[in-house]
Design a protein around this ligand. Structure first.
Ligand SMILES: C[S@@+](CC[C@H](N)C(=O)[O-])C[C@H]1O[C@@H](n2cnc3c(N)ncnc32)[C@H](O)[C@@H]1O
Length: 244
């Protein structure tokens, strides 16, 4: 069902909207600016020099929206996606970026072709928020295996909105929250119409269950979590340097 849903969205006229549902999704300049900002967000505080000589993997790469900014910051970029339609489009859009490559995956693990190297950063933005719990578990396990020591899997998952715990109260978090509210306020009727009727199946996590869930899925590592608002948690799981 997950694959069929994304395959259908990859053939929709509003494909890019389903990839990145933000105001301006159908304007090239705003689309690229948002991709840059999202890449920066996902790489927050990552050592740029270290990254420049390392490999990056994106799980759920869609049409390659983040491929360009990620490839520009790393030695190589690999994108994997459950939807063949998304991967086909990504290959077209990134054909002039030699350091970028794309593979279709089964939605549960990193495919064989992408297991030829260890990754410094593995990024999953707007992907696990759409996946059932067992799919999240399987992707985390598979990705963690491919991290180099000190490497991180950075992700975004859905928070259970009935769980009030873990919400950051730092001024920075409030700023992020306000930005998100501002975006929500400008969801146009067209955007609303595109979302309505779509079946999304993302698991919602209670904040305090997330760390044990991730450690259990990965079989180790260190976890950092950040909950800027009621509905999202961002974070990473890191493979220890010099460890397993
Ligand atoms: C909302 S889009 C985000 C794409 C990209 N990360 C970005 O930010 O531009 C979600 C993408 O994840 C893919 N996807 C969903 N579930 C997946 C899974 N279990 N494994 C791999 N890809 C998946 C979908 O096909 C879709 O292309």
């Amino acid at each position: 069902v997950l694959r069929d849903n994304w395959e259908a969205r990859s053939r929709s006229d509003a494909r890019d909207f389903y990839v990145a549902s933000h105001p301006g999704w159908d304007e090239a300049e705003r689309w690229e600016a948002q991709a840059e900002a999202d890449a920066e967000l996902m790489l927050h505080a990552v050592d740029a020099e270290e990254l420049a000589t390392a490999h990056v993997l994106e799980v759920g790469c869609g049409v390659g929206r983040l491929a360009r900014p990620l490839a520009a910051r790393a030695a190589s970029y690999t994108g994997i996606d459950i939807s063949a339609g998304m991967v086909a489009e990504a290959r077209i859009r990134l054909e002039n970026v030699a350091a970028a490559r794309f593979f279709v995956c089964d939605g549960l693990r990193v495919p064989e072709a992408a297991c030829d190297r260890r990754y410094r950063q593995i990024v999953a933005l707007a992907v696990l928020i759409h996946c059932p719990r067992d799919v999240v578990r399987s992707l985390v396990a598979s990705a963690y295996e491919l991290l180099e020591p000190g490497g991180q899997l950075r992700f975004q998952v859905l928070a259970d909105p009935d769980d009030p715990t873990g919400i950051a109260s730092l001024p920075a978090a409030e700023e992020v929250h306000q930005e998100m509210r501002d975006v929500e306020l400008v969801v146009t009727p067209q955007m609303r119409e595109l979302i309505d009727g779509h079946y999304y199946m993302g698991a919602k996590f209670r904040f305090d269950e997330l760390e044990p869930f991730l450690l259990d899925a990965a079989g180790g590592g260190g976890v950092v979590l950040f909950r800027p608002d009621l509905v999202h948690v961002y974070g990473w799981i890191e493979r220890p340097r010099g460890g397993d």
